[in-house]
Design a protein around this ligand. Structure first.
Ligand SMILES: Cc1cc2nc3c(=O)[nH]c(=O)nc-3n(C[C@H](O)[C@H](O)[C@H](O)COP(=O)(O)OP(=O)(O)OC[C@H]3O[C@@H](n4cnc5c(N)ncnc54)[C@H](O)[C@@H]3O)c2cc1C
Length: 413
Protein backbone atom coordinates (compact mmCIF):
# COMPACT_ATOMS: atom_id res chain seq x y z
CA UNK A 1 0.00 0.00 0.00
CA UNK A 2 1.65 3.26 -1.03
CA UNK A 3 1.41 5.77 1.81
CA UNK A 4 3.52 8.23 -0.02
CA UNK A 5 2.67 7.81 -3.65
CA UNK A 6 5.74 7.13 -5.73
CA UNK A 7 5.96 9.30 -8.82
CA UNK A 8 6.70 6.39 -11.20
CA UNK A 9 5.51 3.13 -9.64
CA UNK A 10 5.86 1.17 -12.87
CA UNK A 11 9.34 0.24 -13.95
CA UNK A 12 10.37 1.33 -17.38
CA UNK A 13 12.93 -0.78 -19.16
CA UNK A 14 16.24 0.78 -20.23
CA UNK A 15 15.77 2.48 -23.60
CA UNK A 16 17.29 0.27 -26.31
CA UNK A 17 19.07 1.88 -29.20
CA UNK A 18 16.93 1.42 -32.32
CA UNK A 19 13.25 0.53 -32.32
CA UNK A 20 11.70 -1.12 -29.28
CA UNK A 21 10.42 -4.69 -29.83
CA UNK A 22 7.28 -5.86 -28.13
CA UNK A 23 4.68 -8.58 -28.27
CA UNK A 24 2.07 -5.86 -27.86
CA UNK A 25 2.33 -2.12 -28.49
CA UNK A 26 -0.36 0.06 -26.95
CA UNK A 27 -0.86 3.60 -28.25
CA UNK A 28 -1.85 5.86 -25.36
CA UNK A 29 -1.41 5.69 -21.59
CA UNK A 30 -4.85 6.79 -20.44
CA UNK A 31 -7.11 4.74 -18.18
CA UNK A 32 -8.00 2.22 -20.89
CA UNK A 33 -4.38 1.63 -21.99
CA UNK A 34 -3.19 1.15 -18.40
CA UNK A 35 -6.14 -1.14 -17.59
CA UNK A 36 -5.43 -3.26 -20.65
CA UNK A 37 -1.77 -3.66 -19.69
CA UNK A 38 -2.76 -4.58 -16.12
CA UNK A 39 -5.39 -7.12 -17.15
CA UNK A 40 -3.21 -8.84 -19.76
CA UNK A 41 -0.39 -9.20 -17.24
CA UNK A 42 -2.67 -10.34 -14.41
CA UNK A 43 -4.71 -12.80 -16.46
CA UNK A 44 -2.43 -14.65 -18.75
CA UNK A 45 0.46 -12.85 -20.42
CA UNK A 46 2.87 -12.35 -17.51
CA UNK A 47 6.01 -12.52 -19.64
CA UNK A 48 4.94 -10.76 -22.81
CA UNK A 49 6.79 -7.52 -23.53
CA UNK A 50 4.30 -4.67 -23.60
CA UNK A 51 5.26 -1.22 -24.84
CA UNK A 52 3.20 1.88 -24.26
CA UNK A 53 3.39 5.08 -26.33
CA UNK A 54 1.95 8.31 -25.00
CA UNK A 55 2.07 11.88 -26.33
CA UNK A 56 1.54 13.36 -22.85
CA UNK A 57 4.16 13.82 -20.15
CA UNK A 58 2.75 10.99 -18.02
CA UNK A 59 -0.10 8.49 -17.78
CA UNK A 60 -3.78 9.38 -17.36
CA UNK A 61 -4.91 10.96 -20.66
CA UNK A 62 -8.15 12.84 -20.06
CA UNK A 63 -8.13 11.62 -16.45
CA UNK A 64 -4.76 12.96 -15.45
CA UNK A 65 -3.32 15.55 -13.11
CA UNK A 66 -1.57 18.58 -14.54
CA UNK A 67 1.71 19.30 -12.80
CA UNK A 68 3.78 22.43 -13.04
CA UNK A 69 7.27 21.80 -14.44
CA UNK A 70 8.61 24.40 -11.98
CA UNK A 71 6.76 23.24 -8.87
CA UNK A 72 5.70 19.53 -8.91
CA UNK A 73 3.59 20.05 -5.78
CA UNK A 74 1.20 22.09 -7.93
CA UNK A 75 -1.08 19.33 -9.15
CA UNK A 76 -4.48 20.04 -10.69
CA UNK A 77 -7.05 17.53 -11.99
CA UNK A 78 -7.91 19.36 -15.17
CA UNK A 79 -9.90 16.66 -16.98
CA UNK A 80 -12.02 14.10 -15.13
CA UNK A 81 -11.99 14.98 -11.43
CA UNK A 82 -13.83 11.84 -10.34
CA UNK A 83 -15.43 8.76 -11.86
CA UNK A 84 -18.62 6.86 -11.21
CA UNK A 85 -19.90 3.32 -11.59
CA UNK A 86 -23.30 3.39 -13.21
CA UNK A 87 -23.69 -0.40 -13.31
CA UNK A 88 -22.51 -3.62 -11.76
CA UNK A 89 -20.46 -5.80 -11.59
CA UNK A 90 -17.61 -3.56 -10.66
CA UNK A 91 -14.53 -3.59 -12.98
CA UNK A 92 -12.08 -6.27 -11.81
CA UNK A 93 -9.23 -3.84 -11.20
CA UNK A 94 -11.17 -1.48 -8.93
CA UNK A 95 -11.10 -3.53 -5.68
CA UNK A 96 -7.31 -3.91 -6.09
CA UNK A 97 -6.84 -0.18 -6.65
CA UNK A 98 -8.97 0.61 -3.61
CA UNK A 99 -7.14 -1.96 -1.48
CA UNK A 100 -3.74 -0.61 -2.52
CA UNK A 101 -5.04 2.92 -1.99
CA UNK A 102 -4.37 4.26 -5.46
CA UNK A 103 -8.06 5.11 -5.58
CA UNK A 104 -10.48 6.25 -2.88
CA UNK A 105 -14.21 6.91 -2.64
CA UNK A 106 -15.17 10.44 -3.61
CA UNK A 107 -16.72 12.11 -0.56
CA UNK A 108 -16.74 15.79 -1.50
CA UNK A 109 -20.00 17.74 -1.85
CA UNK A 110 -21.50 17.86 -5.36
CA UNK A 111 -24.31 20.20 -6.46
CA UNK A 112 -26.25 20.79 -9.65
CA UNK A 113 -26.99 24.37 -10.67
CA UNK A 114 -29.98 25.53 -12.75
CA UNK A 115 -30.35 28.72 -14.78
CA UNK A 116 -32.13 30.49 -11.90
CA UNK A 117 -29.00 29.98 -9.79
CA UNK A 118 -30.62 27.36 -7.53
CA UNK A 119 -28.76 24.28 -6.31
CA UNK A 120 -30.02 20.71 -6.03
CA UNK A 121 -28.48 17.33 -5.23
CA UNK A 122 -27.54 15.03 -8.15
CA UNK A 123 -30.28 12.64 -9.27
CA UNK A 124 -29.85 8.87 -9.50
CA UNK A 125 -29.47 9.04 -13.29
CA UNK A 126 -27.21 12.12 -13.43
CA UNK A 127 -24.65 11.61 -16.23
CA UNK A 128 -21.18 10.76 -14.83
CA UNK A 129 -22.44 11.16 -11.26
CA UNK A 130 -24.80 8.20 -10.77
CA UNK A 131 -23.84 5.30 -8.49
CA UNK A 132 -20.75 5.17 -6.29
CA UNK A 133 -18.07 7.75 -7.17
CA UNK A 134 -14.28 7.48 -6.80
CA UNK A 135 -11.12 9.45 -7.50
CA UNK A 136 -7.40 8.87 -7.73
CA UNK A 137 -5.94 9.28 -4.25
CA UNK A 138 -3.71 12.38 -4.31
CA UNK A 139 -4.83 13.20 -7.86
CA UNK A 140 -6.65 11.50 -10.73
CA UNK A 141 -3.35 10.48 -12.36
CA UNK A 142 -2.97 7.95 -9.56
CA UNK A 143 -5.77 5.87 -11.04
CA UNK A 144 -3.56 5.23 -14.08
CA UNK A 145 -0.35 5.08 -12.01
CA UNK A 146 -2.01 2.39 -9.89
CA UNK A 147 -3.06 0.44 -12.97
CA UNK A 148 0.52 0.57 -14.26
CA UNK A 149 1.77 -0.70 -10.93
CA UNK A 150 -0.62 -3.70 -11.31
CA UNK A 151 0.85 -4.26 -14.78
CA UNK A 152 4.44 -4.47 -13.49
CA UNK A 153 7.30 -3.95 -15.90
CA UNK A 154 6.20 -2.00 -18.95
CA UNK A 155 8.32 -0.37 -21.64
CA UNK A 156 6.62 3.02 -21.27
CA UNK A 157 7.44 5.99 -23.51
CA UNK A 158 5.99 9.38 -22.64
CA UNK A 159 6.26 12.66 -24.56
CA UNK A 160 6.17 10.54 -27.71
CA UNK A 161 3.58 11.06 -30.42
CA UNK A 162 3.01 8.09 -32.72
CA UNK A 163 2.46 9.83 -36.05
CA UNK A 164 2.18 6.86 -38.38
CA UNK A 165 1.50 3.13 -38.42
CA UNK A 166 2.75 0.58 -40.93
CA UNK A 167 2.66 -3.20 -41.23
CA UNK A 168 5.41 -5.36 -42.73
CA UNK A 169 5.84 -9.13 -42.56
CA UNK A 170 3.01 -9.57 -40.06
CA UNK A 171 4.46 -7.00 -37.68
CA UNK A 172 3.17 -3.59 -36.74
CA UNK A 173 5.54 -0.64 -37.05
CA UNK A 174 4.99 2.56 -35.08
CA UNK A 175 6.64 5.70 -36.46
CA UNK A 176 7.31 9.22 -35.22
CA UNK A 177 6.81 12.46 -37.16
CA UNK A 178 10.24 12.08 -38.77
CA UNK A 179 9.23 8.67 -40.15
CA UNK A 180 11.62 6.85 -37.80
CA UNK A 181 10.48 3.47 -36.48
CA UNK A 182 9.75 3.70 -32.78
CA UNK A 183 8.57 0.17 -32.24
CA UNK A 184 7.87 -3.19 -33.85
CA UNK A 185 5.19 -5.38 -32.37
CA UNK A 186 3.15 -8.48 -33.12
CA UNK A 187 -0.09 -6.96 -31.80
CA UNK A 188 -1.26 -3.36 -31.68
CA UNK A 189 -3.97 -1.64 -29.65
CA UNK A 190 -5.14 1.94 -30.21
CA UNK A 191 -6.74 3.53 -27.16
CA UNK A 192 -7.56 6.79 -28.92
CA UNK A 193 -9.03 7.57 -32.33
CA UNK A 194 -6.45 10.15 -33.43
CA UNK A 195 -4.75 7.86 -35.97
CA UNK A 196 -7.99 6.42 -37.33
CA UNK A 197 -10.58 9.24 -37.38
CA UNK A 198 -10.99 11.87 -40.12
CA UNK A 199 -10.93 14.65 -37.46
CA UNK A 200 -7.09 14.46 -37.56
CA UNK A 201 -7.32 15.99 -41.05
CA UNK A 202 -9.18 19.04 -39.79
CA UNK A 203 -7.50 19.36 -36.41
CA UNK A 204 -3.89 18.75 -37.42
CA UNK A 205 -4.02 19.30 -41.18
CA UNK A 206 -2.91 15.70 -41.83
CA UNK A 207 -3.64 14.58 -45.41
CA UNK A 208 -5.49 11.45 -44.16
CA UNK A 209 -5.77 9.39 -40.97
CA UNK A 210 -2.72 7.06 -41.02
CA UNK A 211 -4.67 3.87 -40.32
CA UNK A 212 -7.03 4.60 -43.22
CA UNK A 213 -4.08 5.02 -45.58
CA UNK A 214 -2.68 1.69 -44.41
CA UNK A 215 -6.08 -0.02 -44.69
CA UNK A 216 -6.15 0.72 -48.41
CA UNK A 217 -3.06 -1.44 -48.78
CA UNK A 218 -4.07 -4.18 -46.34
CA UNK A 219 -7.58 -4.71 -47.79
CA UNK A 220 -8.82 -6.44 -44.66
CA UNK A 221 -12.66 -6.42 -44.50
CA UNK A 222 -12.70 -6.42 -40.68
CA UNK A 223 -10.38 -3.40 -40.53
CA UNK A 224 -12.38 -1.56 -43.19
CA UNK A 225 -15.56 -2.20 -41.23
CA UNK A 226 -14.01 -0.91 -37.98
CA UNK A 227 -12.61 2.19 -39.70
CA UNK A 228 -15.98 3.01 -41.27
CA UNK A 229 -17.58 2.79 -37.80
CA UNK A 230 -14.80 4.93 -36.27
CA UNK A 231 -15.18 7.55 -39.04
CA UNK A 232 -18.86 7.88 -38.05
CA UNK A 233 -17.98 8.70 -34.41
CA UNK A 234 -18.68 12.26 -33.29
CA UNK A 235 -17.16 14.05 -30.31
CA UNK A 236 -17.98 16.98 -28.06
CA UNK A 237 -15.23 19.42 -27.12
CA UNK A 238 -14.59 21.34 -23.91
CA UNK A 239 -12.55 24.52 -23.27
CA UNK A 240 -11.11 24.46 -19.78
CA UNK A 241 -9.83 27.37 -17.71
CA UNK A 242 -7.40 26.60 -14.88
CA UNK A 243 -7.16 29.25 -12.18
CA UNK A 244 -4.72 29.38 -9.30
CA UNK A 245 -6.36 31.27 -6.46
CA UNK A 246 -4.10 33.01 -3.90
CA UNK A 247 -4.31 31.88 -0.27
CA UNK A 248 -6.17 34.97 0.99
CA UNK A 249 -9.04 34.35 -1.47
CA UNK A 250 -8.92 30.56 -1.12
CA UNK A 251 -10.75 30.45 2.22
CA UNK A 252 -13.95 31.63 0.53
CA UNK A 253 -13.72 28.79 -1.97
CA UNK A 254 -13.15 26.28 0.80
CA UNK A 255 -16.34 27.45 2.55
CA UNK A 256 -18.59 26.87 -0.50
CA UNK A 257 -21.32 24.21 -0.27
CA UNK A 258 -19.76 22.26 -3.17
CA UNK A 259 -16.40 21.15 -4.54
CA UNK A 260 -17.95 20.05 -7.79
CA UNK A 261 -20.65 22.17 -9.37
CA UNK A 262 -22.37 20.68 -12.41
CA UNK A 263 -24.50 22.92 -14.64
CA UNK A 264 -27.85 21.53 -15.82
CA UNK A 265 -28.72 22.11 -19.53
CA UNK A 266 -30.50 25.42 -18.79
CA UNK A 267 -27.53 26.68 -16.76
CA UNK A 268 -25.11 25.55 -19.49
CA UNK A 269 -27.09 27.60 -21.97
CA UNK A 270 -27.13 30.67 -19.70
CA UNK A 271 -23.46 30.71 -18.68
CA UNK A 272 -21.71 28.56 -21.32
CA UNK A 273 -20.23 26.42 -18.54
CA UNK A 274 -20.56 22.66 -17.92
CA UNK A 275 -18.73 22.07 -14.65
CA UNK A 276 -16.65 23.76 -12.04
CA UNK A 277 -14.26 21.85 -9.80
CA UNK A 278 -12.23 23.35 -6.97
CA UNK A 279 -9.39 21.71 -5.08
CA UNK A 280 -6.80 22.70 -2.48
CA UNK A 281 -3.18 23.35 -3.44
CA UNK A 282 -0.15 23.43 -1.13
CA UNK A 283 0.53 26.57 0.95
CA UNK A 284 -3.16 27.44 1.34
CA UNK A 285 -3.72 28.20 -2.34
CA UNK A 286 -6.65 26.82 -4.28
CA UNK A 287 -7.19 25.60 -7.85
CA UNK A 288 -10.40 26.20 -9.72
CA UNK A 289 -11.04 24.31 -12.95
CA UNK A 290 -13.81 25.69 -15.15
CA UNK A 291 -15.07 23.48 -17.99
CA UNK A 292 -17.08 25.15 -20.76
CA UNK A 293 -20.26 23.79 -22.28
CA UNK A 294 -20.00 21.83 -25.53
CA UNK A 295 -21.50 24.79 -27.40
CA UNK A 296 -18.95 27.28 -26.06
CA UNK A 297 -16.11 24.89 -26.94
CA UNK A 298 -17.46 24.33 -30.47
CA UNK A 299 -17.51 28.09 -31.01
CA UNK A 300 -13.86 28.38 -29.91
CA UNK A 301 -12.54 25.10 -31.30
CA UNK A 302 -9.57 26.67 -33.07
CA UNK A 303 -8.21 28.04 -29.77
CA UNK A 304 -6.22 25.34 -28.02
CA UNK A 305 -4.05 25.70 -24.94
CA UNK A 306 -0.54 26.33 -26.27
CA UNK A 307 0.84 24.30 -23.35
CA UNK A 308 -1.16 21.14 -24.16
CA UNK A 309 0.78 17.96 -24.97
CA UNK A 310 -0.56 17.69 -28.51
CA UNK A 311 0.21 21.36 -29.30
CA UNK A 312 3.75 20.78 -28.03
CA UNK A 313 4.22 17.51 -29.91
CA UNK A 314 2.86 18.90 -33.16
CA UNK A 315 4.71 22.21 -32.81
CA UNK A 316 1.47 24.20 -33.21
CA UNK A 317 2.10 27.96 -32.99
CA UNK A 318 0.90 29.83 -29.86
CA UNK A 319 -2.16 32.08 -30.30
CA UNK A 320 -1.76 34.15 -27.17
CA UNK A 321 -4.30 36.89 -27.92
CA UNK A 322 -7.09 34.47 -28.92
CA UNK A 323 -6.34 32.35 -25.85
CA UNK A 324 -6.59 35.41 -23.61
CA UNK A 325 -10.02 36.31 -25.03
CA UNK A 326 -11.35 32.79 -24.45
CA UNK A 327 -9.97 32.77 -20.90
CA UNK A 328 -11.55 36.16 -20.22
CA UNK A 329 -14.94 34.92 -21.48
CA UNK A 330 -14.79 31.85 -19.22
CA UNK A 331 -13.61 33.94 -16.24
CA UNK A 332 -16.49 36.40 -16.78
CA UNK A 333 -19.03 33.56 -16.72
CA UNK A 334 -17.39 32.18 -13.59
CA UNK A 335 -17.60 35.56 -11.85
CA UNK A 336 -21.27 35.88 -12.78
CA UNK A 337 -22.14 32.43 -11.47
CA UNK A 338 -20.15 32.81 -8.27
CA UNK A 339 -21.48 36.31 -7.48
CA UNK A 340 -24.15 34.81 -5.19
CA UNK A 341 -21.48 33.19 -2.99
CA UNK A 342 -18.28 35.18 -3.43
CA UNK A 343 -17.35 38.87 -3.41
CA UNK A 344 -16.12 40.20 -6.81
CA UNK A 345 -12.77 38.67 -7.71
CA UNK A 346 -9.98 41.16 -8.26
CA UNK A 347 -9.25 40.93 -11.99
CA UNK A 348 -5.92 39.60 -13.28
CA UNK A 349 -5.02 38.05 -9.91
CA UNK A 350 -3.56 34.58 -9.67
CA UNK A 351 -2.38 32.53 -12.64
CA UNK A 352 -4.52 31.20 -15.42
CA UNK A 353 -4.16 28.71 -18.24
CA UNK A 354 -6.32 27.37 -21.05
CA UNK A 355 -6.75 23.76 -22.15
CA UNK A 356 -8.78 22.69 -25.13
CA UNK A 357 -10.13 19.15 -25.15
CA UNK A 358 -10.90 18.72 -28.86
CA UNK A 359 -12.45 15.28 -28.32
CA UNK A 360 -13.52 15.52 -24.66
CA UNK A 361 -16.48 13.14 -24.95
CA UNK A 362 -17.50 10.71 -27.68
CA UNK A 363 -21.19 10.91 -28.56
CA UNK A 364 -23.38 7.82 -28.80
CA UNK A 365 -23.36 5.43 -30.45
CA UNK A 366 -19.81 4.25 -29.91
CA UNK A 367 -17.74 1.66 -31.74
CA UNK A 368 -19.53 -1.71 -31.42
CA UNK A 369 -17.73 -4.19 -29.13
CA UNK A 370 -17.65 -6.76 -31.95
CA UNK A 371 -15.25 -4.54 -33.94
CA UNK A 372 -12.76 -4.07 -31.11
CA UNK A 373 -10.48 -6.99 -31.86
CA UNK A 374 -9.29 -8.11 -35.28
CA UNK A 375 -7.72 -11.50 -34.62
CA UNK A 376 -6.20 -11.94 -38.08
CA UNK A 377 -4.36 -8.61 -37.95
CA UNK A 378 -3.93 -8.70 -34.14
CA UNK A 379 -5.25 -5.16 -33.97
CA UNK A 380 -7.49 -3.87 -31.19
CA UNK A 381 -9.31 -0.76 -29.99
CA UNK A 382 -10.33 0.16 -26.48
CA UNK A 383 -11.33 3.34 -24.67
CA UNK A 384 -14.38 5.28 -23.65
CA UNK A 385 -15.50 5.47 -27.31
CA UNK A 386 -16.44 1.79 -27.29
CA UNK A 387 -20.17 1.14 -27.01
CA UNK A 388 -21.22 -0.28 -23.64
CA UNK A 389 -21.87 0.58 -19.98
CA UNK A 390 -20.09 3.71 -18.83
CA UNK A 391 -19.63 4.91 -22.44
CA UNK A 392 -17.88 8.33 -22.64
CA UNK A 393 -16.50 8.14 -19.11
CA UNK A 394 -13.74 6.55 -17.06
CA UNK A 395 -16.06 3.64 -16.33
CA UNK A 396 -16.33 2.93 -20.06
CA UNK A 397 -12.54 3.16 -20.43
CA UNK A 398 -12.05 0.60 -17.62
CA UNK A 399 -14.75 -1.77 -18.89
CA UNK A 400 -13.75 -1.63 -22.57
CA UNK A 401 -10.14 -2.47 -21.69
CA UNK A 402 -11.17 -5.39 -19.48
CA UNK A 403 -13.41 -6.68 -22.29
CA UNK A 404 -10.58 -6.35 -24.85
CA UNK A 405 -8.15 -8.19 -22.55
CA UNK A 406 -10.66 -11.07 -22.37
CA UNK A 407 -10.95 -11.11 -26.19
CA UNK A 408 -7.16 -11.10 -26.64
CA UNK A 409 -6.67 -13.86 -24.08
CA UNK A 410 -9.70 -15.86 -25.14
CA UNK A 411 -9.72 -18.88 -27.45
CA UNK A 412 -8.73 -18.07 -31.04
CA UNK A 413 -11.76 -17.13 -33.18
C1 LIG B 1 -12.93 18.02 -19.15
C2 LIG B 1 -13.28 16.58 -18.94
C3 LIG B 1 -13.98 16.19 -17.82
C4 LIG B 1 -14.32 14.85 -17.63
N1 LIG B 1 -15.01 14.47 -16.52
C5 LIG B 1 -15.30 13.18 -16.32
C6 LIG B 1 -15.96 12.73 -15.15
O1 LIG B 1 -16.30 13.52 -14.27
N2 LIG B 1 -16.19 11.39 -15.00
C7 LIG B 1 -15.82 10.48 -15.94
O2 LIG B 1 -16.04 9.27 -15.76
N3 LIG B 1 -15.20 10.87 -17.06
C8 LIG B 1 -14.94 12.18 -17.29
N4 LIG B 1 -14.29 12.57 -18.41
C9 LIG B 1 -14.03 11.57 -19.45
C10 LIG B 1 -12.82 10.71 -19.05
O3 LIG B 1 -11.73 11.55 -18.79
C11 LIG B 1 -12.53 9.76 -20.19
O4 LIG B 1 -13.70 9.01 -20.48
C12 LIG B 1 -11.41 8.76 -19.89
O5 LIG B 1 -10.32 9.39 -19.26
C13 LIG B 1 -11.02 8.12 -21.20
O6 LIG B 1 -9.89 7.28 -21.03
P1 LIG B 1 -9.30 6.58 -22.32
O7 LIG B 1 -8.16 5.76 -21.91
O8 LIG B 1 -10.41 5.93 -23.07
O9 LIG B 1 -8.84 7.77 -23.28
P2 LIG B 1 -7.75 8.92 -23.06
O10 LIG B 1 -7.72 9.35 -21.66
O11 LIG B 1 -8.05 9.95 -24.09
O12 LIG B 1 -6.39 8.18 -23.40
C14 LIG B 1 -5.89 8.06 -24.70
C15 LIG B 1 -4.43 8.49 -24.65
O13 LIG B 1 -3.82 8.19 -25.88
C16 LIG B 1 -2.91 9.21 -26.19
N5 LIG B 1 -2.74 9.19 -27.64
C17 LIG B 1 -3.71 9.18 -28.58
N6 LIG B 1 -3.18 9.09 -29.80
C18 LIG B 1 -1.84 9.05 -29.62
C19 LIG B 1 -0.74 8.94 -30.51
N7 LIG B 1 -0.93 8.87 -31.84
N8 LIG B 1 0.50 8.90 -30.00
C20 LIG B 1 0.71 8.94 -28.65
N9 LIG B 1 -0.30 9.05 -27.76
C21 LIG B 1 -1.55 9.10 -28.25
C22 LIG B 1 -3.56 10.49 -25.69
O14 LIG B 1 -2.59 11.47 -25.41
C23 LIG B 1 -4.25 9.98 -24.42
O15 LIG B 1 -3.43 10.15 -23.28
C24 LIG B 1 -13.94 13.89 -18.61
C25 LIG B 1 -13.21 14.29 -19.73
C26 LIG B 1 -12.88 15.61 -19.90
C27 LIG B 1 -12.09 16.03 -21.12
Amino acid sequence: MPDTLPSTPHSTLPQPSGPSRAGLAIIGAGVSACTLAAQLRRNGQPGEAISLWEAGRGPGGRATTRRSRHDPSLAIDHGASLFNLSSQPCPEVLPLLLEQRWVEPWTEPVAILDSAGDLRAPRDDEWLLSGPCFRGRGGMENLSQGLLSLAGEIDAHFDTLVRDIDRRQDRWLLKNAAGEILSEAESLVLTGTLLAHPRSRLTFGWPAPPLQVLAERLRDPGLNHALAAIAALRFEARSTLLLRIPADEARQWEALPFRLLAFDPSAQQRWGLWRLFSQPLPRGEWAVVVHSSATFAAEHLSVYGARSAMARQLGLPPRAEEERLVMQALARSLDEVMAQWLPPRPSERGEWQLMRWGAAFPLPRGLPQALCWNSSLKLGFCGDFIDGPGFAGVEGALRSAEALARRILGPAE
